[in-house]
Design a protein around this ligand. Structure first.
Ligand code: MSP
Length: 514
């Protein structure tokens, strides 16, 4: 059985969860559910990044300890993942013993390789971003990423010999064109490495909220050395590994350098296999503006879910913007997608189908009679059946998911939804005089919707289950997801719904919003 290991970044606990956190985690959830449906053994990891100066400072400002702050904020993250229907297999906190052990061991191995030496560090430092910056990286004397003030830092520090990995990294990226995605981001990383890599400071003595450097307890590990190791820790490293190397690290574009340069360099040094793929997504603005606490426009995912629905939110995030590009979150755009695609095109199709079966067929799925379909409808029906029976939806969805192109997977499914709408408008079963023709039309709609629901399940688990429920399918899609033997492809084959199945009238799948 093939395995699939997908990760989100682990989130800092100095801030409460916002749309940016929700975005990566929902994307990872969709990928995890899709791979499970494909029959893979999936390990889906998320968690929190709890050490470092940033967390220490936030805690001090709030008059609490970093440990207490972490304990409070981690609850919010866990609640959010539950609310958003996230199916993570593990949740890692970097303050856990298993992680402290793993980070310490990784440090030891890198040191053993001769890649760590003691020196003195002096440079500009941006505390909110936890990153050292050279003079040339500053923009107007400020942090190029967050625009805030930087400070001069000088302290004894252990260094990692990053420059030693310039060539091996470039070779690896060249040999594995899929390693860093999307391609424009890969090119940025390549040119960054080509400009030459400086040795990396990987310990601090100026604060203490971190994992102690083995044998040198006045130093704590640089938070990124500690944090990146989480991907190994959760898999049981160093005692055993079951899923490593990760198949996909999903991250935001701002933390690509850490994942595409530092992380693989640490792993090479320790003699550990590299992850298969690092995919950096874009950033959301809000109503056209950069999202920030000072602007007061931070989008609270709990609130969006309460107001518009969890599946609507999940759908919007992955449909609105091609994964990898920046996008804008606006209430208008969200409402447009809900009322248009979700309510009119999908929800309405389901309720029409179910109510016609109720009206004309005593509430059950009729048997098809394709031979009886009128000639002018036949071409439409053939086009529709073609989409399903030749597995073209399956192949389009699968190849989109392999390329981490969520929006394309959704478009592929929507092609089928649109064809069904065109078909029903032509066939007009509500004014059909010939019962056999109508039965055929309704069967096609019911079966098409059953299949569409499977494809949509990774994106909108709840709504998809409700489609099956309305169509009277006995099994749940979750059961298919959990059952490694049930092949998704088999379940998605045309003809799965049995004539005579009792349908159920239900509340609108996606209520319209004004
Ligand atoms: N702790 C580090 C990651 C360590 S991984 C070993 C970190 N944490 S974070 O809490 O700051 O969150 C990060 C994630 O949120 C990043 O992937 C970042 O790209 C994402 N986003 C933050 N704001 C965002 C938007 N406005 N839009 C989309 N994603 C955004 O970095």
């Amino acid at each position: 059985m093939k395995k699939f290991y997908v990760t989100t970044p682990i989130y800092y606990v100095n801030d409460i969860p916002h749309i940016g956190h929700a975005y990566t985690t929902i994307a990872a959830d969709v990928m995890a559910r899709f791979r499970r449906l494909c029959g893979m053994r999936v390990f889906f990891l998320t968690g929190t990044d709890e050490h470092g100066q940033k967390v220490e400072k936030s805690a001090a400002t709030m008059g609490t300890t970093p440990g207490e702050l972490a304990d409070q904020v981690v609850v919010r993250f866990k609640e959010l993942w539950e609310r958003l229907n996230i199916s993570n297999d593990d949740f890692i906190r970097t303050t856990e013993n298993r992680h402290i052990r793993a980070a310490t061991e990784l440090w030891r191995r890198v040191a053993e390789r001769g890649d760590i030496y003691l020196g003195e560090y002096e440079d500009w430092y941006c505390t909110p971003c936890e990153s050292f910056l050279t003079e040339s990286q500053l923009s107007d004397g400020r942090c190029p990423d967050c625009g805030r003030e930087v400070e001069r830092l000088r302290e004894p520090s252990y260094f990692f010999r990053l420059s030693k990995y310039e060539k091996p990294l470039l070779e690896h990226i060249e040999k594995n064109p899929e390693f860093i995605q999307p391609a424009n981001r890969r090119n940025e990383i390549v040119s960054f490495i080509r400009q030459g890599l400086k040795e990396l400071s990987i310990s601090r003595t100026s604060f203490s909220w971190g994992i102690p450097v083995p044998g040198q307890e006045q130093h704590v590990m640089y938070v990124w050395f500690d944090a990146l190791t989480n991907y190994l820790t959760a898999d049981g490293w160093p005692d055993r590994t079951e899923f490593w190397p990760a198949d996909l690290h999903l991250i935001g574009k701002d933390i690509l350098r850490f994942h595409a340069i530092y992380w693989p360099a640490f792993l090479m040094s320790a003699g550990i296999e590299l992850p298969e793929k690092v995919f950096a997504h874009g950033w959301w603005t809000v109503e056209g503006e950069k999202m920030s606490k000072s602007r007061g426009n931070v989008v609270d995912p709990f609130q969006v879910a309460d107001e518009f629905g969890v599946d609507q939110f999940r759908y919007f995030l992955l449909r609105e913007v091609p994964f990898g590009l920046d996008g804008d979150f606006s209430v208008r755009a969200l409402k447009g997608r809900i009322n248009g695609e979700l309510a009119n095109e999908l929800g309405n199709l389901l309720s029409r189908t179910v109510s016609m079966m109720t009206r004309y067929h005593q509430g059950s799925v009729p048997g098809p009679n394709p031979l009886k379909l009128r000639a002018e409808l036949e071409s439409k029906m053939v086009a529709l059946l073609d989409i399903y029976s030749r597995d073209s939806v399956y192949r389009d969805v699968e190849s989109s998911m392999d390329r981490v192109a969520f929006h394309e997977a959704l478009s592929a499914v929507w092609k089928a939804v649109r064809e069904m709408n065109i078909f029903v408008d032509r066939a007009q079963p509500w004014s059909e005089k010939d019962a056999a023709q109508r039965a055929t039309t309704l069967y096609i709609l019911a079966e098409g919707l059953r299949i569409v629901a499977i494809y949509l399940y990774p994106f909108m688990p709840d709504a998809s289950e409700r489609i099956w429920h309305a169509l009277g399918v006995e099994k749940s899609i979750e059961a298919v997801e959990k059952d490694a033997q049930a092949s998704f492809r088999q379940v998605a084959r045309w003809g799965g719904i049995a004539p005579g199945t009792k349908v159920r009238r239900t509340a609108p799948l996606f209520p319209r919003v004004e």
